[in-house]
Design a protein around this ligand. Structure first.
Ligand code: SF4
Length: 375
């Protein structure tokens, strides 16, 4: 059986990159006129040539988003369970090198965090986040956390280390709804520059994790690249190829994407190789929505409030709000151990008001559950 770890070798990074940068205005216009777009159209939509077509792209993106998701935005909130990590990702404040206090929340602390979250909003979708420390915060720890928070949320997602297929099954049986995992970059030759040591240095193990999720029957899979490492246009094209492969192989699974831009963090040694402008991020969001009308596109509090407000209804379907990126950040430690500095620190009520002012309703449940209940 083919896995994406094999398939990716059929694509050459430099070749894909030069094809994207060779796209012309005619290619962009053709992509905009079609009903169904292929990967060549996607490359046109993310190419520099498409920068002159942001207005028609935004209009199409709004149309498809409204057709599929209506005038609604889904809210979710992350809960960091631990900042303990064995990896050495050069761009991250939880990097094993960094001399910070390491916390693994106990059962009692997790429940205190849940109580604090429930006080700031009617969140029904929670994202449990860990660093990567399989020995002390492995699948059994995560399963326990899922079971602890389950009575308080209708949808539970995780963003943790890549797991074995059997472990994904174990967590799904415990109540897991979705797994978000970022490949960070699909540039295999450069991957190790950013992930020099630890399990995360194993490019294939991480990439193969998406197939393991699919085989285990995970309900929703989230993909992402970290913007700031390699040429973003090429990286997201690889992600689009990956997405199409997964959709074909695991067609019953739902999919989600996001594109976090690098933020300041503890241990300032590594600075982003490339800076993506707001216009470019908007172009990317439009391109993905035009390419795939059904996919969930999430925008976290890494992005500033003006950008998040502006993008409401233009392709984005899910927003985090009120996020703390440190374990115990809602009730226990208060901004001591952040993974990265959030860029939109508004209270969820303020984000909600902004969304409403623009004529949109907030959905607190996860998309699949919300849409099911309205059918
Ligand atoms: S990005 Fe994740 S795996 Fe890498 S150092 Fe940070 S917490 Fe650990």
């Amino acid at each position: 059986m083919t896995n994406f770890t094999t398939l990716i070798n059929e694509y050459d990074w430099d070749n894909i990159q030069s094809r994207i940068y060779a796209k012309t205005a005619d290619d962009v216009i053709l992509a905009l006129q079609k009903d169904r777009r292929n990967i060549e159209d996607f490359m046109a939509l993310v190419s520099p040539a498409a920068q002159a077509y942001l207005e028609p792209m935004a209009a199409l993106s709004r149309k498809y988003t409204q057709q599929r998701f209506g005038n609604t935005i889904q809210f979710y909130i992350p809960l960091y369970l631990t900042n303990s990590c064995i990896n050495h990702c050069v761009y991250c404040g939880f990097n094993h090198h960094n001399d910070i206090r390491r916390i693994i929340l106990s059962d009692e602390q997790i429940l205190r965090e849940v109580e604090a979250i429930k006080k700031i909003g009617d969140f029904q979708h929670i994202l449990l986040v860990t660093g990567e420390n399989p020995r002390e915060a492995g699948s059994d720890y995560i399963e326990n956390a899922i079971r602890l928070v389950k009575p308080y949320f209708s949808s539970i997602s995780i963003e943790v280390q890549p797991l074995k297929e059997a472990e994904y099954r174990q967590l799904t049986e415990a109540g897991l709804n979705a797994v978000y995992c970022y490949q960070e970059t699909y540039h295999k030759a450069r991957y190790k520059v950013y992930h020099p040591k630890g399990m995360k240095s194993k490019f294939d193990w991480r990439l193969d994790g998406f197939d393991r999720m699919g085989k285990a029957g995970v309900h929703k899979i989230g993909l992402g690249v970290l913007i700031g490492l390699e040429d973003w246009r090429t990286d997201v094209t690889f992600m689009a190829l990956h997405l199409r492969y997964l959709q074909k192989m695991y067609w019953q699974t739902k999919y989600s994407i996001s594109f976090p831009r690098m933020r300041p963090h503890e241990g300032e040694a590594f600075q982003a190789n490339i800076i993506m402008t707001d216009r470019e991020l908007a172009q990317l969001i439009f391109a993905f929505r035009i390419f795939d009308h059904d996919i969930e596109i999430a925008l976290s509090t890494r992005e500033n409030k003006a950008f998040r407000d502006h993008m409401t209804g233009l392709g984005i379907t899910s927003l985090s709000a009120g996020s703390k990126t440190d374990p115990g950040g809602y009730a226990i430690y208060r901004n001591e151990l952040e993974q990265f500095a959030v860029n939109d620190d508004r209270h969820p009520d303020e984000v909600l008001s902004s969304v409403k002012e623009q004529g949109y309703e907030v959905v607190w449940k996860d998309w699949d559950l919300s849409l099911q209940s309205t059918l």
